[in-house]
Unconditional design. Structure first.
Lengths: 71, 350, 249
């Protein structure tokens, strides 16, 4: 299984949770501690299980997510 | 070039082509339909595009797009159709885009009549769309002048990035007169470096119509007003007829002015010292024409119920000096009734 | 390590003003990605609507014009006739396209204007605050139909893709949605196809996106996507309604 790395631009994220809802590996959740410039709880990565499927990034309305594949 | 005998509406179409217009978007309505008919045949011959739009509203918004894309674009209609175009005219004005709109006026309000009228003065000169704006308005009095004004209208539109309205009427549109076509731009025209052309590798261009921020919106209005100050200073046009020794002056434009000239010829033969100030630009109104004149009464003659009267009052700076006579609803004035009206005003003061 | 997904160059760096979870952002991204992949970012002009997407001109990284309400297809017609070699798009919501602009979209489609229209159908007026749209479902609540749309009083919703598919002018019509990564991928394919029929000069391309309005629906973004799947799509079935590249083959 491929491994991936997710980078979230926390100040663009609006905390809509669509990325969280579509991740097959439950890699993402909304932060309970961080609040960004606009007052949202941004999404954050909570484990190393990313499989580089890019589902989160494709669903993100604000194009806040970049996905890299670990070779 | 030898003169050719042409119908007003068709001559306007040819003038637009001569002035480099290659895009026409319109909708049928009497008494202007010969203009789209002519252009549907002639524009494709010069590589141009004619689109019969689904409505007046669509036609003016096609003009908005073509103008934004950098083209010289034309639409035409008659009174109720121009009422429908007002939304788009406001958008084009707000976006600082050039366009030419021909209004072959008929009697109103509403569906009115198909006979000639001049009752769209307020709609076109004072602004029939929302917001603080003006359009340049040119009022031809003959087919030749309509030709010349259409050509100049495209230059004025490009020069000031604003819609220009040819405010004529069904009589000029339907009559045939000998005309020649000689397009000679008098103004330096700025490059259209703002046009939507696909950005290539450069900066993207945007044509915007919304200013969410109130301060931005006010600033844009202030810029528009600066444009109007310049237009009022530089672009007033009028004709004076028998004004050198005139004591009483008619003020009349377009078809009414032609009839008024006949009335003046009759009155002059009878010894009345009458003349005519004929505004060729209705906006900017030719206030300069009224300066330094020693006139006892201004007789405003229109084919309406007196829509230009306030502008004449302001121009001569005397409400009491202005009297009005007009017919409307598609009735064309006769020289005889203008003569009779003048005599009732002047009395024995020859 | 290699980047396998990042923001499209067809979008600017301006932050989207849309509410959290609004699908406008997903569809903007798809259009931008398609034009980028086609190599058309320097060759594109879009007419944006009146409605929530009125400021989309700031978000797309190509030439753009703000249209009058509903008139984007007419404005795009003017642009395309001047620049037949450019990619010309309209991006319109359901109030804009299916109510005040019904006349313009029908006739642009009927003329076979070589433009591509992206139609966002979320069954509500977003920008003005949740009023009933021409696409509001029977029984669905809106601020101007507070007890739900009563079809005996307010009539029935418009199925625009089906209507336009009866015309000869359109080259490609598809209705898609964006509630799952799979649907997003399908929506991208549809937009690509609708752009390609324009590029190839085949005719009018139209993609209807059954979309969400979490704020005015009063649902979380995730629940709004469920609402689309459970309520909207049964009324607005997904699929290809017209494809002249397949007909007669």
């Amino acid at each position: 299984m491929a491994k991936g790395k997710i980078t979230i631009d926390e100040n663009i994220c609006k905390g809509c949770e669509l990325c969280v809802s579509v991740c097959p590996k439950k890699v993402l959740k909304l932060s309970e501690t961080k609040i960004n410039d606009a007052g949202y709880n941004p999404a954050e990565v909570v484990n190393d299980d990313c499989i580089a499927c890019t589902s989160c990034a494709r669903m993100c309305p604000d194009s806040a997510i970049t996905v890299e594949k670990i070779d | 070039m030898a003169k050719v005998l042409m119908k007003g509406n068709e001559a306007i179409g040819k003038a637009a082509i001569e002035a480099g217009c290659r895009f026409f978007f319109g909708y049928p309505i009497t008494p202007q339909s010969e203009l789209p008919e002519y252009l549907s045949e002639e524009l494709p011959k010069v590589g141009g595009t004619f689109v019969q739009a689904e409505s007046e509203v669509a036609a003016i918004n096609m003009v908005y797009g073509a103008a934004a894309a950098g083209a010289r674009a034309l639409t035409s209609s008659s009174s109720p159709g121009v009422a429908l175009k007002q939304e788009g005219i406001g958008y084009i004005t707000n976006a600082d885009l050039p366009a030419v709109i021909v209004n072959m006026m008929r009697g109103g309000p509403g569906l009115g009549t198909i006979q000639p009228g001049q009752a769209d003065y307020r709609m076109c000169v004072k602004g029939g769309s929302n917001g603080d704006y003006h359009n340049i308005v040119l009022a031809p009095s003959s087919v030749q002048e309509a030709v010349d004004m259409v050509m100049e209208a495209f230059d004025l539109a490009d020069c000031y990035r604003t819609p220009v309205i040819i405010l004529s009427d069904g009589l000029i549109g339907q009559m045939m007169e000998p005309v020649d076509f000689h397009y000679a731009p008098k103004r330096e025209l700025p490059p259209k470096d703002w046009a939507l052309t696909g950005k290539g590798d450069g900066q993207k261009h945007m044509i915007v119509n919304l200013n969410m921020d109130a301060e931005d919106c006010e600033n844009h209005n202030i810029q528009l007003q600066k444009k109007y100050v310049e237009i009022e200073q530089k672009e007033q046009q009028w004709e004076e007829y028998c004004m050198d020794d005139a004591e009483y002056a008619f003020v009349s434009y377009g078809t009414s002015a032609r009839i008024t000239k006949s009335a003046i010829d009759t009155l002059r033969k009878e010894g009345y010292k009458v003349g005519l100030i004929r505004p060729k630009t209705l906006y900017p109104f030719p206030k300069e024409a009224f300066k330094g004149k020693n006139i006892k009464k201004y007789m405003d003659i229109e084919m309406s119920m007196g829509q230009m009267v306030e502008d004449v009052q302001l121009a001569c700076n005397d409400v009491n000096k202005v009297v009005f006579f007009g017919r409307c609803g598609g009735i064309i004035l006769t020289p005889e009734e203008v003569v009779e009206f003048a005599k009732s005003v002047i009395g024995g003061d020859k | 390590m290699s980047v396998i997904f990042q923001k499209s160059k067809g979008l600017t760096d301006v932050k989207l003003h849309y509410c959290p979870g609004c699908a406008h952002g997903i569809v903007h991204k798809l259009l931008a990605e398609c034009l980028e992949e086609m190599g058309e970012l320097g060759n594109s002009i879009i007419a944006v609507p009146v409605g929530c997407a009125v400021m989309a001109n700031k978000y797309f990284n190509f030439d753009a014009i703000q249209s009058a309400h509903g008139r984007a297809p007419a404005t795009a017609t003017g642009i395309k006739r001047v620049h037949p070699d450019k990619m010309v798009m309209t991006y319109q919501g359901d109030g804009d396209l299916a109510s005040i602009g019904t006349c313009e979209i029908v006739h642009a489609a009927a003329r076979g204007e070589k433009i591509t229209t992206i139609f966002i159908n979320n069954g509500i007026y977003g920008m003005t605050g949740g009023q009933m749209a021409p696409t509001t479902l029977p029984g669905m609540r809106a601020t101007t139909a507070q007890h739900g749309r009563d079809v005996h009083i307010q009539g029935y919703p418009l199925r625009v893709s089906e209507m336009l598919a009866t015309l000869d002018g359109p080259a490609y019509i598809e209705r898609v949605s964006v509630t799952t990564p799979g649907q997003v991928a399908q929506a991208k394919k549809a937009i690509m196809k609708a752009l390609k029929v324009q590029k190839e000069g085949l005719g009018f391309g139209f993609v209807e996106v059954v979309s969400s309005c979490p704020t005015n629906w009063g649902l979380t973004p995730v629940k709004a996507m469920e609402f689309i799947r459970e309520k909207m799509i049964p009324y607005y079935p997904l699929g290809v309604f017209k494809d002249i590249t397949r007909e007669g083959n």
